[in-house]
Design a protein around this ligand. Structure first.
Ligand SMILES: CC(C)(COP(=O)(O)OP(=O)(O)OC[C@H]1O[C@@H](n2cnc3c(N)ncnc32)[C@H](O)[C@@H]1OP(=O)(O)O)[C@@H](O)C(=O)NCCC(=O)NCCS
Length: 162
């Protein structure tokens, strides 16, 4: 079952994110902290959990970002699945649910910083017109909706990338 996070879920979400990113190839170790900061600062466009019989198995967050100064875009990050339950479709289901919800919010487009092979299957691709200083261009992936914006990406301050 995929549902929005509730007030009681914050500790379990933090634990899940920390464990998922422990073995991830590209991790800063501050992913749980970013979600806590987004939550505290009203920066969560969505925060969805996948819940199974033994509790929360996966989590996905999205926050506002801008492209070339145009607001109204969303950044999906982080995405985390319990290491013991990876490769069973939970991440795919969470991305599908997040994209459906963001589409209802009429975002200009969606950004993910991540593996082009994994996210390519969801319609994300590197776009030379959209870039983020200090992030390798191959990993800056976008999926446009209505917006034709171009330029530098600006993420929520919770990511500490300014
Ligand atoms: C990335 C992650 C969210 C995927 O979740 P998941 O539930 O395991 O993914 P799914 O089961 O929906 O999809 C599995 C598919 O994705 C591929 N895949 C999974 N993780 C991958 C990764 N890190 N890189 C490339 N491909 C990956 C698998 O090969 C599999 O492909 P297949 O269906 O053709 O066999 C999960 O591995 C995770 O939490 N990783 C640690 C945190 C992380 O890296 N988050 C993403 C940061 S951008």
């Amino acid at each position: 079952m995929i549902r929005p996070e509730g007030p009681q879920d914050a500790p379990a979400i933090a634990t899940l994110i920390t464990e998922a990113f422990l073995t991830a190839a590209h991790a800063d170790g501050n992913e749980a902290e970013i979600v806590a900061r987004l939550r505290a600062e009203g920066g969560l466009l969505l925060s969805l959990v996948s819940e199974g019989p033994n509790g929360i198995q996966g989590h996905i967050a999205a926050s506002p970002c801008s492209v070339g100064g145009q607001t109204g875009w969303a950044c999906i990050a982080p995405l985390a699945v319990d290491p013991a339950q990876q490769r069973s479709g939970i991440g795919t289901a969470l991305i599908g649910a997040a994209l459906a919800q963001l589409s209802r919010l009429s975002v200009g487009g969606v950004v993910i910083v991540g593996d082009p092979v994994y996210y390519g299957r969801f319609g994300f691709a590197a776009d030379p017109a959209i870039f983020a200083p200090d992030i390798p261009p191959d990993y800056v992936l976008t999926r446009r909706c209505a917006s034709t914006a171009a330029g530098a990406l600006r993420f929520h301050a919770a990511f500490g990338l300014d």
